[in-house]
Ligand binder design. Structure first.
Ligand SMILES: [Ca+2]
Ligand SMILES: [Ca+2]
Ligand SMILES: [Ca+2]
Length: 205
């Protein structure tokens, strides 16, 4: 905000319905400029391009009070908030059909690495007691999930890949990595990135 005149202004009161708390009234010397900031709770991607209208009132100069003025600004949420997700399951493929059948349990403690499109490590997780893992708060981009199949419990192996519907099949290659998935406006989450493990073969004596 700039005082375009030469006289000092006092009691400048900015009201902005977008602000969670209104800025305190302030003064501005002649020709001076200041920046007024406020917080807005929980900015989301939906707030991008919001047109905000602020009202300035109660402005006093040495000889009187100025009339109320309004100013508009277009809010840009930039960069977009990191809201994408990738996940979410490692399970024991007891009947070795490559599909998540009811009753087949999750596998805990499998290390999962999230890689970016260039193959760099973004983050690592470990599957929880239910066999679940989730990478969230991701920026738009291309990702790949790699399960640490080099350090599986003895006798466990990745089951066959892409045996059926993506929602219930295993997606990891023999090296433990899934194909790349691209997250963005068209796909905010991909929770089909799963690993099935076959249990050790028991040999009858
Ligand atoms: Ca199965
Ligand atoms: Ca698949
Ligand atoms: Ca899948």
């Amino acid at each position: 905000m700039t005082n375009e005149g030469t006289q000092p202004l006092t009691g400048i009161t900015v009201k902005d319905p977008w602000c969670s708390a209104q800025p305190a009234p302030f003064d501005l010397a002649g020709a001076a400029t200041t920046q007024v900031t406020c917080d807005h709770p929980n900015v989301t991607l939906g707030d991008d391009k919001h047109v905000d209208t602020a009202t300035v009132s109660n402005v006093k100069y040495p000889d009187g009070t100025l009339g109320e003025k309004t100013a508009t600004a277009t809010i840009r949420v930039n960069p977009p908030p990191a809201i994408d997700k990738a996940g979410d399951f490692a399970w024991l493929d007891q009947n070795r059909n490559g599909l998540q059948d009811s009753g087949e349990p999750g596998v805990e403690g499998i290390k999962v690495t999230l890689k970016d499109g260039a193959g760099g490590t973004v983050a690592t997780k470990t599957t929880d007691a239910s066999g679940k893992y989730l990478f969230d708060q991701l920026k738009d981009g291309t990702y790949q999930v790699c399960f640490d199949v080099a350090n599986l419990p003895a006798g466990y192996q990745p089951t066959q890949k892409d045996a059926g519907d993506d929602a219930t099949d295993s997606d990891a290659d023999a090296d433990g990595c899934t194909p790349p998935t691209t997250l963005g406006a068209d796909k905010r989450e991909d929770l089909t990135l799963d690993l099935g493990l076959t249990p050790p073969v028991t040999v009858a004596e």
